[in-house]
Design a protein around this ligand. Structure first.
Ligand SMILES: [Mg+2]
Length: 299
């Protein structure tokens, strides 16, 4: 194998501190997350490509852009903000973000979906990977857990932690999502930030063809959320969404915030872009090499 091709498939050791960055630097971090997603998936020979690639920009800003407060060397620090990946099948993007943020060794990404790994196909709290706050993957349940965490923080412990939760948009077809949303609003959880990865795709097709969940924004507003729509591939716009949440939090609005992020499944890899067929499959070796070459050009 060509030396450069072999190198492109290897994980590097670069990590990123968690601080406000320029859009260019933030895009570079997101690009590294995307490349690690490809590297993980081609090794595993199974797993989800589309959603993880499409949400890499959001994860970069959240973990390496100074939005969430946490200590990479101590992910059990009691005052940390929490993140729950309700769309648990998108685990590769979370694993890549945590590794690039220095929460665990990057070479461990090579173990995705292997026997006894801490990097299971869906996040498992019992695997003790730093940064995994709860097991998730049964759609609609992660957001309910996250709202419970926010309730405990806001109403019982009265601390200043924030809780972030990302759901897919196909996931909005689960009734329990809306029960959680109703509770977040009823209990005035301005410490709760709901991110909806709105790529208009799910495993079986386009959203309106499978089960129409639109209008998403109107629904979030009706459920009592301060709702903002952002371009999920525009770093400055993603910051605009999170800044709105942090401002709401600071002002004690007693309203949860929803960020509807418009994304494309598979973004960054042209042959996957906006194709729901890439929801749940990994690239072949040749496809991985092609994807990494394209991403390297963007870097
Ligand atoms: Mg989707």
């Amino acid at each position: 194998m060509d030396v450069d091709v072999k190198k492109s498939l290897e994980f590097n050791t670069t990590t990123w501190s968690n601080e406000r960055r320029s859009p260019e630097d933030m895009a570079a971090a997101a690009n590294e997350i995307r490349r690690d997603i490809i590297r993980m998936l081609v090794r595993a020979g199974s797993g989800h490509s589309g959603g993880p690639l499409g949400s890499a920009d959001i994860f970069a800003v959240l973990y390496m852009g100074g939005v969430m407060k946490y200590r990479p060397e101590d992910m059990n620090w009691p005052n940390r903000d929490r993140f729950v990946l309700s769309a648990g099948h998108m685990a590769p993007v979370m694993y890549a973000a945590l590794a690039n943020a220095g929460c665990y060794p990057k070479e461990e990404m090579a173990t995705l979906r292997k026997y006894n790994t801490r990097l299971q196909g869906h996040p498992g709290r019992d695997m003790h990977l730093p940064g995994i706050e709860t097991s998730s993957g049964s759609l609609g349940q992660g957001i309910s857990i996250a709202v419970g965490m926010a309730m405990s923080d806001r109403l019982v412990e009265k601390n200043d932690r924030n809780v972030f939760c990302l759901t897919g948009d196909g996931e909005l077809q689960e009734g329990s999502v809306w029960e959680a949303a109703m509770a977040a609003s009823h209990f005035g959880l301005d410490n709760f930030c709901w991110i909806i990865d709105n790529n208009d795709c799910q495993i079986d097709g386009r959203l309106p063809d499978v089960m129409n969940v639109y209008p998403i924004v109107d629904k979030c507003v009706a459920f009592g959320f301060d709702t903002i729509v952002v371009d999920g591939h525009d770093i400055a716009d993603i910051y605009r969404g999170f800044d709105r949440f942090l401002e709401n939090r600071k002002n004690g609005t007693k309203k949860p915030t929803a960020i509807v992020a418009k994304t494309y499944m598979g973004h960054g890899v042209s042959f996957m872009n906006d194709k729901f067929e890439w929801h749940g499959k990994p690239p072949s070796k040749d496809q991985a090499v092609e994807a990494l070459a394209e991403l390297a050009q963007m870097a």
